[in-house]
Ligand binder design. Sequence first.
Ligand SMILES: Cc1cc2nc3c(=O)[nH]c(=O)nc-3n(C[C@H](O)[C@H](O)[C@H](O)COP(=O)(O)OP(=O)(O)OC[C@H]3O[C@@H](n4cnc5c(N)ncnc54)[C@H](O)[C@@H]3O)c2cc1C
Length: 468
Amino acid sequence: MQHIEYLIIGGGPTGLGAATRLQEKDLDWTLLEAESHFGGLAHSFVDDQGFTWDCGGHVQFSHYDTFDRYMDMALGPDGWNTHQRESWVWIKKRFVPYPFQNNLHRLDAEDRWACVEGLLEAWQRSVSVGGDGAIENFEDWMLATFGPGITELFMYPYNFKVWAYPPPMMDHHWIGERVSVPGLGGVLKSICTGQDEISWGPNKVFRFPKQGGTGAVWESIGKSLPNGKIRLNCAVTEIDAKKRRVTTGTGEAFTYKHLISTIPLNHLVRLAPGVVNPVGADALRYSATNVVGVGLDGPTPDHLRTKCWMYFPDANSPYYRVTVFTNYSPQNAAKPGRQWSLMTETSESPMKPVRQDSLAEETLLALEEDGLIPDRTKICSVVHKRLDQGYPTPFLGRDAVVDPMLRAFEAEGIYSRGRFGAWKYEVANQDHSFAQGYECVERLAAEGGEEYEPTLFTPDVVNARRNA
Ligand SMILES: Cc1cc2nc3c(=O)[nH]c(=O)nc-3n(C[C@H](O)[C@H](O)[C@H](O)COP(=O)(O)OP(=O)(O)OC[C@H]3O[C@@H](n4cnc5c(N)ncnc54)[C@H](O)[C@@H]3O)c2cc1C
């Protein structure tokens, strides 16, 4: 049995953030990854027809100078395409630029008035009541912020499609930078001037690897680390927290001083019995993500040539988002320049089941109906990949469930970090995940010093960094 000072479980962005920092500090570490590749949810794959796919629409935007430096190093300065975000909402058979609430002038008169009337109502209520004292859940927040018009037309149906849970079951404190909150003046200006307002948001400029999809980044970072410290195809099957010992499916065993776990917290609870009550793990809500990719022969249709991604609140389609994936990089097609691709995402939960056998066909039908596939005979590839855990739901009472679990594991020397490790959607993108791993090492290596893991413990502060 080998003793390792810092043992990492998982070779996704969080595990690689931790490994990178440990290597720089010349500390003793080993990383165990169940799959044959790096990247976790941020990995990419090539289908039988030669199209490259991500596991859902991944774009790179960052809240950290440090993360940017590693990204530059991973692919080199010439390894990236930089894009201006061009995203749209497809609603009632018309395109409205994103953010929807800032571009109401694109709606027909009746819907425009319903939205403005609701906003006025919300504004009057906020003036008379003040603060957000009455807001208990995500639906309350939508109504208080946008009023009933925008909520019923867009926010509620769209968010149910994304999260696969009804908004009354969700918290609203995660929202922060994730949703554009319009000022009344801005909304009225857009309606009166008829001008699009599209510049909002942290991801208005983003970048994407020229070759190999998002996963190319993590393959590169993984392969830059010493081979001897990394075990791929090595799933952890048991953790004895008291003895600080990990057993793997390959029959190896390791003891450790610190364990940085980046696997989903609900799995960790079961792999390391006796630390927290396993019933607690059942309270951790999440949704699955179904990615259906469609590769097509021919040029990208004119109306999609500059679009990055589109949101779909209407009930005719299973998907909530469609990405024109070859617009990120033509190399995502098998024959760059002569083929193009669409990547759709459909969420799933016990409250919103998805039929696996018919999803691909339902997706194709809706893509035709929504005008995204002009000619079905041009389809040359269809793939369906289901991610069992895609989105960590910000459910009501989340922190009261998650935080005691994280503390209980820490008391045993186990640090659960990352998208599903820490279960905090507001800090669950690639940059946040990498930072969680990196900052955890900073804290542990400081041996009780000043370091405190800003990403995990102060998400609002971190997310405010680059929101001009
Ligand atoms: C649909 C979707 C869209 C997204 N869009 C974006 C985006 O636009 N921009 C962005 O920055 N981020 C995006 N993300 C988030 C990004 O994918 C995550 O931030 C990132 O992958 C999380 O990294 P992680 O290391 O915390 O977890 P993971 O990626 O889940 O990695 C965990 C790793 O642990 C391994 N593992 C699990 N169990 C075991 C075990 N028993 N033993 C050993 N290894 C194990 C897994 O194989 C995996 O490699 C998106 C995610 C999804 C699902």
